[in-house]
Design a protein around this ligand. Sequence first.
Ligand SMILES: Cc1cc2nc3c(=O)[nH]c(=O)nc-3n(C[C@H](O)[C@H](O)[C@H](O)COP(=O)(O)O)c2cc1C
Length: 330
Amino acid sequence: MRVHNNQAERVWLAPMSGSTDAAFRRQAVRFGCPAVVSEMVAGETLVAARPDMVRRTCRHEGRGRWIVQLAARRPEDMRKGAELLTEAGVDQIDINMGCPSRQVTGGSSGSALMREPALAKAIIDAAIEGGQGTPVSLKMRLGWDREQLNAPDLARYAEQAGIVMVTVHGRTRCQFYKGHADWQRIADTVSAISLPVIANGDICSTPSARAALTQSAAYGVMIGRAAMGRPWLPGQIAAELSGQAYEVPSLSEQLDSLIEQIEDSQSLYGKTLGLRIVRKHISAAIDKLDVPLSEAHRRRARSMACQIEEGATLISTLSDIFLEQRGVAA
Ligand SMILES: Cc1cc2nc3c(=O)[nH]c(=O)nc-3n(C[C@H](O)[C@H](O)[C@H](O)COP(=O)(O)O)c2cc1C
């Protein structure tokens, strides 16, 4: 067992573009998630200071460090972006080398960088230079494809360059989200460096977190899609991994949390846009609501809640769905 040279948190909420805004991160930390990362911001957008980007990365309310993920295809944008985030007072900068989106990879940032190791290294150096002492972490995939599983090489470079933590999603870029994350492969990165490595991909419960930790020998886990509609999940996994019992929030606590998230979303983006942006969370929450609702009723509830354009009506409809399972008859 390796000795890690810093004390990173062991359970993380993954950065998810369009989902892990400050409103959602606030709910994750409210229920005990130890560490949350903002959705990615493009270095050049930050340099041009688009206000919606700055809003999305803004610090969440509540506990937890302020960690912003940065993507860039040019080292100078990464450097400048890291400088601006440091001036803004972020606690950690996370480099995005994991996102497979063509929008990102088309410009050779995100996971496309894993196919261009020299550029990837220049991006790592630029983030560290721009961060001027702010801790910088790196999130990547296993590699570009099965022939190029270069996460361990990049991790070695990252460690000597001064990166403090590495997250590995156990898929290649070419896999997108297909198949199952290969937690065993993450072990190659764990054994290549002495930094904390966080395992990511398909972790949806405490047993799957335990399996990922056993197979990868990683220091911690990062949870993405499974937390949609269940912001308490990372907190629950963190508690249970450390041997504590965790009481899942009651339906009324879940409703309070969703209402707070809706209100936060409206204050972040404005009333109309805020409701539209939070809809994917409402839909996921109804999907995962642990009540005996038929699939048809659930679908109807989802579509009803997602068409409402007015905050108070939405909240009363959600109260019916969560507390009475009313108003959803076919
Ligand atoms: C909608 C969506 C948006 C994502 N956005 C980002 C992102 O901005 N930065 C990033 O590094 N990864 C991003 N990812 C990848 C996740 O962080 C995570 O690595 C991946 O979903 C696998 O973890 P999971 O199986 O727990 O969801 C995104 C994933 C999804 C589904």
